[in-house]
Design a protein around this ligand. Structure first.
Ligand code: F6P
Length: 547
């Protein structure tokens, strides 16, 4: 395992001083001083461009940031991940999701054991099954083709396939896909309402195969099939994805309908594994392989490109700069790409479950902030909702825009021209701002009186100098989606190294789960309500009085 370099407090403090100073200095002057800023503060991977010129980073800041990253052994730690070392220290596991999109010849291994053949074996089994469903060769208990596939899972066993299936809608030529995650019965009830049992296949997706939401929804789906088609139909209408193949068998799903993965794949990094089965059923094995190829291309870039031109490194470094050196608590992800509507939700898990920690690798509280609050919605919709705050609110939120150069659909150029113009205009407006003089002149030019101009103009000013990053790519195809998701995975890795935390456990989700288990007997009326914790008792009684 690569050694953990001691945090260089001086370098870090100096970067924080620089970050604070840059807040005052602003972004627009950096452009005024340098005609080549875009060329030097952007980086390219194939057709994908990462533009970080609209941040407050100067050349010196960037150099200092990279020196700090190197002093923290960032590159060695990256190499340790690729080498299959057990970098997930608190769970004593390797972190090798890169192997899921690798080739056998890439030689990925952990504990001295190559993993490529196992990965290929599962991919081949998935392909055979998905192709059988798509061609109508795998049939239901009633002998019908499956027209609808319902993925039952939550967190990493839901968000990835749901996000990717929507993102790749133009490539979706298989059966209809549905995603059920919430334990709220409304979710599965609404989903099942429109479905024909004799033509519906369920995928039960759970890394652990113990998650209460998924098991509860799977049991409800099972009753749906049994009620319509009888107990014997269960085998034909269910398949499962998990690392716990024994538990799948206990549920009554046959081994040939079970697709495994491994403990070196974190739930939120599992879309590339058998958890991606819904995407493969939707787009075909070829589409899924293209998606994997995109991920692999970004892995190679992350591993081999110098830090100065390395997209995940640069995205991670700017993320750290915004969070730690400039002390911005949040970042917004705004895809000007309607089909990436679920990307912010996907990234919330990827980023916040990974880096929402405050204990360092040495077991001590970390100094300073860690992962930011991540949120977002597609543009242009967001412009008509929360962009007001982004432009004039009292908090500055760095934004990440994503946009494709070309539309998928022919005949939609008018739409795409507008989409692109809006995306570019937003990042420009955020930096440019509008002074009081400019606002006053605008009001006067609209024919209002001088008195009105004085009154209204302050409301029409924009402070400007609000940072954003833009990721632009030619088209949202499976390969590009693969690159995008791998880019974000590696950025989370980079930031985690600089924060000094383990990105790969998620103990923070446990306490709430434990308390829910403890509360259930009281909710079912099996124990005295006075046994409920005083923290919850009052609210508990108020709610139960309404039942
Ligand atoms: O509760 C958090 C979590 O463990 C996530 O990390 C995971 O993606 C999700 O639950 C679902 O877990 P599983 O795939 O084991 O059902």
């Amino acid at each position: 395992m690569a050694s953990i370099a001691p945090i260089a407090p001086n370098a870090r403090e100096q970067l924080i001083d620089r970050g604070r100073a840059r807040k005052r200095g602003g972004i627009a002057p950096l452009f005024e001083m340098d005609n080549e800023r875009f060329a030097r503060f952007s980086a390219q991977h194939e057709d994908m461009r990462l533009d970080y010129s609209k941040t407050a980073l100067s050349d010196d800041d960037l150099a200092a940031l990279m020196a700090h990253a190197r002093a923290m052994d960032l590159e060695a730690r990256r190499n340790a991940m690729f080498a299959g070392e057990r970098i997930n220290l608190t769970e004593d596991r390797a972190v090798l999701h890169v192997a899921l999109r690798g080739r056998i010849s890439d030689g990925y291994a952990t504990d001295g054991k190559p993993v490529g053949h196992d990965v290929e074996r599962v991919l081949a089994a998935m392909s055979e099954f998905a192709t059988g469903i798509r061609l109508g060769e795998v049939r239901s208990a009633t002998g019908e083709r499956f027209t609808d596939v319902v993925n039952i899972g939550i967190g990493g066993s839901d968000l990835g396939p749901a996000m990717a299936t929507l993102a790749l809608a133009p490539y979706h030529d298989g059966p209809r896909l549905h995603f059920v995650s919430n334990v709220d019965g409304a979710h599965i009830a609404d989903t099942l309402k429109g479905l024909e049992p004799g033509r519906t296949l369920f995928i039960v997706a759970s890394k652990t195969f113990t998650t209460v939401e998924t098991m509860t929804n799977a049991a409800t789906a099972r009753r749906f099939i049994v009620a319509a088609l009888g107990e014997d139909a269960v085998g034909a209408h269910f398949c499962a994805v998990s690392t716990a193949l024994d538990k799948i068998r206990a549920f009554g799903i046959a081994p040939e309908r079970s697709f495994g993965f491994w403990d070196w794949v974190g739930g939120r990094y599992s879309l590339w594994s058998a958890i991606g089965l819904p995407l493969m059923i939707a787009t075909g094995a070829h589409g899924f392989r293209e998606f994997l190829a995109g991920g692999r291309a970004m892995d190679q870039h992350f591993r081999d490109a110098p830090m100065e031109r390395n997209l995940p490194m640069l995205l991670g470094l700017t993320g750290w700069w915004h969070r730690v050196a400039q002390e911005y608590p949040a970042r917004a992800v705004i895809p000007y790409d309607q089909r990436l509507a679920r990307l912010p939700a996907y990234l919330q898990q990827l980023d916040m479950e990974s880096n929402g920690k405050s204990i360092g690798l040495d077991g001590k509280p970390v100094t300073g902030p860690t992962g930011p609050l991540v949120w977002g919605e597609p543009g242009t919709n967001g412009q008509h909702a929360f962009f007001q705050l982004l432009h004039q609110g009292s908090d500055v939120v760095p934004i990440e825009f994503l946009v494709a150069a070309t539309a998928q659909e022919s005949g939609m150029d008018e739409h795409h021209d507008l989409l692109l113009a809006n995306c570019l205009a937003q990042s420009e407006a955020l930096v440019k701002g509008r002074t009081l003089d400019e606002a006053r002149a605008q009001v006067l030019a609209a024919g209002r009186s001088a008195e009105e101009a004085e009154r209204i103009a302050p409301h029409r000013t924009f402070s400007g100098n609000r940072p954003s990053i833009t990721i632009a790519y030619r088209r949202l195809d499976p390969y590009t989606l693969g690159r995008l998701i791998a880019l974000y995975e590696h950025r989370v890795f980079v930031e985690a190294q600089l924060f000094g935390i383990n990105a790969y456990d998620q103990w923070g989700v446990e306490l709430g789960k434990e308390l829910a288990v403890a509360l259930l007997p009281a909710i079912k009326g099996e124990v005295d309500e006075n046994d409920v914790s005083p923290l919850t008792r009052g609210l508990f009684k108020a709610i139960t009085a309404l039942r």
